[in-house]
Design a protein around this ligand. Structure first.
Ligand code: CMP
Length: 143
């Protein structure tokens, strides 16, 4: 058994398109459980800090503008190999390259407005969960 937690974000494009429920349905159908969740309007400072690893990339300022363009849903997902499982269900960063049936293939417009974010490693998951949930808000699934 390798039960993990990962951070998932439903991005402003998918929230605006009213796809929150459809996306959570895909995640739940894949065996992932939501153990923490809230809607947040990110500030510029928060978006810059969350994506600081990309600060030298040419798309950084556009990414920050996009991520602050409307509210997002931040959530902690739990399950067997949750980090990898979430990434499988999301599909490739570029929806044009995402496997059919994945969230990004079905709900994303392009590589920038790509519907969802998911942590890419155990270390990143810990950092990203702490970024949004250090103050609490994660529940143990008792049933
Ligand atoms: P995400 O998985 O949240 O991680 C970084 C984000 O940067 C990515 O999804 C996209 O929303 C955005 N992005 C924009 N352009 C690119 C690019 N060329 N390569 C990777 N990510 C990009």
């Amino acid at each position: 058994m390798s039960v993990e937690r990962t951070l998932s974000i439903i991005k402003p494009d998918a929230v605006a398109a009213n796809r929150i429920g459809a996306i959570i349905g895909r995640l739940e159908d894949a065996g992932l459980r939501v153990v923490g969740q809230r809607m947040v309007q990110l500030t510029r400072e928060q978006a810059e800090a969350f994506y600081v690893v990309h600060r030298e990339r040419p798309f950084y300022q556009d990414l920050v503008a996009f991520m602050t363009s409307g509210p997002v849903v931040v959530q902690v997902l739990e399950g067997e190999h949750a980090i990898e499982r979430n990434r499988e269900v999301m599909g490739a960063t570029d929806p044009a390259k995402a496997e059919p049936g994945t969230i990004r293939a079905d709900f994303a417009s392009n590589i920038e407005e790509n519907a969802v974010h998911g942590s890419d490693s155990t270390e990143t998951a810990e950092q990203e969960i702490a970024f949004f949930f250090a103050g609490g808000g994660i529940c143990t699934r008792t049933r």
